[in-house]
Design a binder for this molecule. Structure first.
Ligand SMILES: Nc1ncnc2c1ncn2[C@@H]1O[C@H](COP(=O)(O)OP(=O)(O)OP(=O)(O)O)[C@@H](O)[C@H]1O
Ligand SMILES: [Mg+2]
Length: 374
């Protein structure tokens, strides 16, 4: 069982991209921001791409404008020569940028105004994941070209499953070039009489279900989008390839709960299959206590004794509270240890649960320290 050494990771100039991923709500955004800040204050030129950060954290990072470009974070200690820029992903805008980069101005205008495109670009499950990757690709290119950054830390969207991030480009690409859109394209291209009876039936059913206008929108979208498809898929593939390069590492974040740990296992396994390097697993929000030597059992026994005497209600109540907390501490550590024993090759680090959520640079620095302290 190895301890994850995150300072060694962020200090290594060969580390150029860190992707934080994991199940919903485990602390991906917090970890990405904390690690980015720490790396910057240790001398790296960092850009952090956050996705849906909590409002207060966004404010602390100066992310008040949603303009889809990184901005310098104020109050970062740059005495070691580092800097921190941060941005918040604007999914729709990123999609628009892709369209604009690949289609002629006229086609682009058609696509951007299409209602089906508007819906797809702002709400399709997986668009956010795909656009996060797209943005990562853009930032990487910019970093190579301008030398503005030597480390990119990428947060991933709050998905139900951590695997969504890896599956999204493929899912979106297959939706866009898949049978569904092909089918809709057909009548726009060829004479209707060439369509089989089955397709005709399908079209008329869809017409009824979706309404004629929607169908027309989808058809025009598909016809316009079709021409830019080569570029789109190629780009998706390039970005996924970026994730396979040796300078990219994944950091899986998990809470010490069974479902989050299971998710972390799946993810680690998947990364191995995909030949994507896993730096390690951050076990975040592990419950701690000030009095680890006083067990839940002893604490409860003492409370019962006091309650028999009916003299010290308050002390008994405190002992009961401590017993509850100790059960949580023991449970969290048991689950974390089980994970470690089951994944001996994976480096891990435990980060305790802070009493308050993490919403400013001070909080991020604290998490940064906890990420590296034994
Ligand atoms: N170690 C910690 N101690 C206390 N609070 C924490 C800790 N880590 C994260 N939090 C808090 O937990 C909440 C969720 O964290 P965060 O937003 O980073 O999770 P996430 O994985 O990005 O969630 P989502 O899947 O919704 O994107 C935030 O309010 C954050 O401040
Ligand atoms: Mg998040």
């Amino acid at each position: 069982m190895t301890r994850l050494d995150l300072d060694a990771l962020i200090d290594d100039p060969a580390t150029r991209i860190v992707v934080t991923c994991g199940a919903g709500g485990v602390g991906k955004t917090t970890t990405a921001a904390a690690l980015g800040l720490r790396a910057a204050e240790r001398g790296r030129k960092v850009v952090v791409l956050t996705i849906d950060p909590a409002r207060r954290l966004a404010q602390a990072l100066g992310l008040t404008e949603l303009d889809n470009t990184p901005r310098a974070v104020a109050e970062v200690d740059g005495s070691n020569g580092g800097r921190l820029d941060a941005m918040m992903l604007d999914m729709k805008r990123t999609f628009d940028e892709v369209v604009l980069a690949h289609a002629t101005p006229e086609k682009a205008e058609q696509i951007l105004a299409n209602p089906f495109y508007v819906a797809l670009s702002s709400s399709f499950a997986g668009t956010q994941e795909y656009m996060a990757m797209e943005k990562l690709g853009q930032l990487h290119k910019q970093a190579e070209r301008s030398g503005d950054w030597d480390l990119i830390v990428v947060d991933t969207p709050p998905s139900r499953s951590a695997l969504d991030f890896l599956d999204a480009p493929e899912r979106l690409a297959s939706l866009l070039e898949g049978r569904f859109l092909r089918l809709l394209l057909a009548p726009a291209r060829g004479p209707l009489r060439l369509m089989s009876a089955g397709v005709n039936l399908a079209m008329s059913v869809m017409n009824k279900v979706l309404g004629a206008q929607v169908l027309t929108d989808v058809q025009t979208f598909a016809a316009a989008f079709d021409t830019l498809f080569g570029g789109f898929r190629e780009r998706a593939e390039q970005t996924v390839a970026l994730l396979r390069e040796p300078h990219t590492v994944f950091l899986v974040v998990a809470a010490p709960q069974n479902d989050a740990l299971r998710e972390a296992s799946y993810f680690a396994e998947r990364l191995r299959e995909e030949h994507m390097p896993l730096a390690g697993v951050v076990l975040n929000r592990v419950t701690t206590t000030h009095a680890p030597e006083l067990s839940a059992e002893r604490s409860l026994a003492a409370a019962e004794k006091l309650e028999e005497g009916e003299t010290s209600d308050l002390t008994a109540a405190v002992l009961r509270l401590h017993a509850d907390r100790m059960q949580q501490v023991v449970g969290d550590n048991k689950r974390a240890d089980r994970f470690r024993r089951g994944h001996r090759a994976i480096a891990t680090v435990d980060v305790p649960a802070l009493p308050d959520d993490v919403h400013d640079l001070t909080g991020l620095r604290t998490i940064g320290k906890l990420l590296v302290s034994p």
